[in-house]
Design a protein around this ligand. Structure first.
Ligand code: FES
Length: 115
């Protein structure tokens, strides 16, 4: 799963080689994708080739615009919470990420009420 999609910069001409980091797993709409510990969710998604992060109320696709938490183009549903700015939110192992439509919706996992 390492460098899935091939969009990561491993060697930068000015900054040098990427430092080694622990590998973690995110689940983008159920698909496991590789992330590097400490990087923003958006970085992992772009590296995995994800090109649409959300849709406006009228259905227009959006991706990254500002990359600094100002524009809301990158908001997604993260662990059931809508409106999370993925460009400034650190990825965590096991996180569930989904595209958002319009203002999004809360996803509440039902607890087993049989007990
Ligand atoms: S890209 Fe603008 S808030 Fe994330």
């Amino acid at each position: 799963m390492t460098n899935e999609g091939g969009n990561r910069i491993e060697r930068h001409p000015i900054l040098g080689d990427a430092s080694p980091r622990k590998e973690i797993t995110l689940y983008f709409e159920g698909r496991a994708i590789f992330a590097r510990e400490g990087e923003p969710i958006m970085a992992a998604l772009v590296a995995a080739g994800v090109s649409v992060f959300r849709y406006t109320k009228k259905g227009a696709p959006r991706r990254m615009f500002c990359g600094i938490g100002r524009c809301t183009d990158c908001v997604m549903i993260v662990d059931g919470i809508p409106g999370v700015r993925t460009c400034v939110t650190t990825a965590a192992d096991g996180m569930k990420v989904e595209r958002q439509a319009g203002a999004g919706r809360w996803i509440v996992e039902e607890e087993n009420s049989n007990g």
